[in-house]
Design a binder for this molecule. Structure first.
Ligand SMILES: Nc1ncnc2c1ncn2[C@@H]1O[C@H](COP(=O)(O)OP(=O)(O)OP(=O)(O)O)[C@@H](O)[C@H]1O
Length: 770
């Protein structure tokens, strides 16, 4: 082992329980030590009250600790390391039901209780955003090892399918390992990454047994791959890293869990692979052992570089602190303390991209040639140095450009052609960063809008709002105006919004009233007129449906929106005119004041100018200037007043436009749900131009329609936005996954799931109305 080797960090986390075995488990005040007592021979049923005691010293004991504190203690630094080029592995180990999945993934429906993986994703993207000097690319994969078979949990995403040979762990030339055939998905922001995580979670195999009703039946490795290249210096150098987040299946005693049949086979396979893991750890911890049996199982093989390679590795040993689980607790702690003796050699994964390097050299040659050619034509004060700029020179130029851009520097000092080039490069970079910032801000503001799929492998973010002709939801251009100019003909919309009608009528059990039938029939015929050749059983794309809605049902509201936008545009133009006029008047005032001052100074230097009676007088030019100044100031005051008034009008109009736009979208959503997400039988009747006989829609369905997915999502969004804006990506991704899941319906029971398996993601009880 070299000097750079470091011990694996090991933390123990205790699952909270009302029956904590205080007499058997003791934490010491150092926060790192834990003592465990066990009755001798209790295992063999011999009555013997003598206690044996064991003491374990680990990197930390996490008892009664929040998910956030666990993350900060266990994972924060590993993630920072990954962004700096160090591979990292965090894995959870322990008996079944001890809280490994809770620690690693957390509760998918609660932002506060999210686990290490979603928090790591959030940290990665927030760091990426803050590190402007480098550009990052992030990819993800999600591997499951089930009964010694490797499974790609993201193979359902973006049409990726494993090849006929399936997946296989392969050793790389540089000493690491990778999984051949495993799909890698590029992700550009937190929400895309969370979408993939939740998608993979849905595909995991879990089962229910006596100790955990959502027990993972497999080992799972979620990997974040990070590549970063410096924006400032040579792009040929780049660093990569891999962050493995491992949720191991739990060891179980069959007698305790009561697993039978398929679950029993799974449990035996899990126990076997964990025992191979223990053997590998034993060998790694023993410095005299030369051979480490990594290839005995898929798990140890896949984790080879996490256990014995150049990785920063952290283990969380999850234990269940009840007296009945004391033996399992002891065996988990023994594993943990052996793991603590394992050493790894973390090192930055630095690479040189030969193609980029060659291009850089070619550019340099070209540059030198140009410098030589222009040398003779350069003015004497600008020299053409052929020397490469040093890092500090480049940093200096970067600093000057920044200060020039923010206005604190008037001129950039340049002495040679290389610096000229570098200055242009820095300007280009600043422009790109600015563009990126604007793009990011836009995507944040409009995160509900469906985005085009950015790459074939990326997970598709499904539309949840309609798109305008330019691909935005409604009219998101920010040039709106107000709802305050509605005509009286619009009032029926106010009084009878579809959602109000729906709620009231459903409650009264008169959901299929005559007026409603007419409305639905009209809407559907319009829709089929507008969108030909679609399968009538599937809802239309929201973008097209939105166009239809604006043309018919929402036409009045849309007209008001348009009219008010026109008013806003006109007010804005007026505001611009007034601003120009006020500025122009101000300039004239300044000029006249200067002229007057100069004239007075000149007169003072020539002596006092007096009238016939000896009183001081002004000459004609000065009088004209004074009068001009007075008029200009009066005009300035008038225009400035107008300007303030118009500015207030613009902001009021903008407010009204925003309201109107929201109203249009809300009403569209209600109309869309009622028109196209109704039960199939109702749509059939409407499509045929018929009416709905009373009683066709069961009351429960009608009532359930009151509170559809969208309503719940909106409520959840508002609640969480008020509570914590940084939770938006998490809930968006969660909601999309739940939606996908419910729309897949029976697909949820994929062939990979065995009869006992249920899905790890707990879904709210959504009534499928599609
Ligand atoms: N620290 C904790 N705080 C609150 N609840 C917890 C905690 N740890 C575990 N739980 C709860 O205990 C139950 C079992 O946890 P979990 O599924 O994470 O166990 P596991 O170790 O992954 O089990 P298995 O190996 O069978 O998959 C879950 O309902 C989980 O929410």
């Amino acid at each position: 082992m070299s000097d750079s080797s470091t011990e694996v960090k090991v933390f123990v986390r205790i699952r909270p329980t009302a029956h904590f075995a205080q007499e058997l488990i003791e934490y010491l005040p150092d926060g790192q030590s834990i003592n465990v007592r066990q009755r001798r021979d209790s295992k063999r049923g011999v009555v013997n009250n003598q206690l044996c005691s064991w003491s374990f010293r680990l990197s930390g004991v996490l008892h009664d600790v929040s998910q956030e504190d666990v993350y900060n203690t266990v994972a924060h630094n590993v993630v920072i390391g990954a962004l700096e080029g160090y591979n990292g592995t965090i894995m959870c180990f322990g008996q079944t039901g001890a809280g490994k999945t809770y620690t690693m993934t957390g509760a998918n429906e609660s932002y506060k209780q999210r686990g290490i993986i979603p928090r790591a994703i959030q940290q990665v993207f927030s760091e990426v955003e803050n590190r402007n000097s480098s550009s990052f690319t992030v990819h993800l994969s999600y591997l499951e090892i089930y009964n010694e078979t490797l499974v790609d949990l993201l193979s359902s995403v973006g049409g990726t399918r494993p090849g006929p040979a399936g997946l296989a762990v392969v050793e790389e030339a540089r000493g690491g390992v990778s999984v051949k055939g495993l799909s890698l998905h590029p992700v550009h922001n937190e929400e895309e990454a969370l979408n993939l995580l939740f998608e993979g979670e849905m595909n995991r195999i879990i089962g229910s047994h006596g100790m955990n009703k959502n027990s993972s039946r497999s080992h799972c490795i979620f990997t974040i791959y990070i590549e970063s290249r410096s924006r400032t210096y040579s792009q040929a150098r780049y660093i990569t890293s891999k962050l493995n987040l491992v949720d191991l299946a739990g060891s179980e005693r069959l007698g305790k869990t009561g697993s039978e049949g398929q679950m029993q086979k799974e449990a035996m396979s899990i126990n076997r692979s964990l025992s191979f893991l223990e053997q590998a750890i034993l060998a790694l911890a023993d410095r005299r052992r030369e051979h480490v049996p990594f290839r005995q199982s898929k798990l140890t093989h896949a984790l080879r570089d996490s256990l014995g390679g150049n990785c920063k590795t952290v283990l969380v040993a999850n234990v269940y602190g009840e007296a009945a689980q004391i033996e399992e607790t002891l065996s988990t702690l023994r594993f943990a303390s052996r793991m603590k003796c394992v050493k790894t050699e973390p090192a930055v994964n630095e690479h040189i991209d030969p193609v980029v390097q060659m291009k850089a050299l070619q550019r340099e040659i070209q540059q030198l040639k140009q410098d030589l050619a222009t040398q003779n034509n350069m003015p004497s004060q600008i020299s053409t140095s052929s020397e490469t700029l040093s890092d500090s020179q480049m940093a200096d130029i970067q600093d000057q450009v920044q200060r020039f851009l923010d206005g604190s520097l008037e001129e950039i000092s340049i002495v040679n052609m290389r610096q000229v080039k570098e200055v242009f490069k820095q300007f280009k970079l600043a422009l790109q960063q600015q563009e990126q910032k604007v793009r990011d801000e836009l995507s944040q503001n409009y995160s509900l809008v469906e985005k085009p799929q950015s790459s074939p492998g990326a997970v598709a973010a499904k539309a949840s709002l309609p798109r305008g002709p330019m691909g935005t939801a409604g009219e998101m251009d920010g040039h709106g105006f107000g709802v305050g100019l509605a005509s009286s003909s619009q009032k029926h919309i106010d009084g009878h919004s579809p959602s109000k009608t729906r709620t009231k009528k459903a409650k009264e059990n008169h959901w299929c009233s005559h007026s409603k039938q007419t409305f639905y029939s009209g809407s559907c015929s319009l829709y089929y007129h507008c969108i030909a050749n679609r399968s009538p059983s599937s809802p239309p794309p929201k973008g097209k449906a939105f166009e239809c809605f604006k043309a018919e049902r929402g036409s009045e509201l849309n007209r008001i929106l348009r009219d008010n936008k026109a008013v806003l545009t006109e007010r804005r133009a007026r505001l611009r005119e007034l601003t120009d006029s006020v500025n122009a008047t101000k300039r004239q005032i300044d000029q006249a004041a200067t002229a007057l001052r100069q004239s007075q100074e000149y007169r003072d230097s020539q002596g006092q100018f007096v009238g016939s009676e000896g009183e001081p007088v002004l000459d004609e030019t000065e009088v004209a200037l004074v009068l001009k100044l007075r008029d200009l100031k009066a005009q300035y005051r008038q225009d400035y007043q107008d300007l303030c008034g118009t500015r207030a009008e613009v902001s009021y109009c903008q407010h009204l436009v925003d309201q109107c736009r929201i109203r249009l979208l809300t009403e569209f959503e209600s109309w869309y749900s009622e028109s196209f997400l109704l039960p199939e039988e109702v749509q059939d009747v409407l499509r045929a131009g018929g009416t709905i006989p009373p009683g066709l829609v069961p009351v429960e369905k009608a009532l359930a329609l009151e509170d559809d997915e969208q309503d719940r999502f909106e409520r959840m969004r508002y609640k969480m936005l008020a509570e914590n804006p940084s939770a938006v990506s998490f809930y968006n991704a969660h909601f999309r996954t739940v939606k996908r899941r419910s729309s897949k319906g029976s697909n949820a029971g994929s062939s990979r799931r065995n009869s006992t398996a249920v899905n790890k993601m707990k879904l709210p009880p959504i009534l499928s109305v599609t």
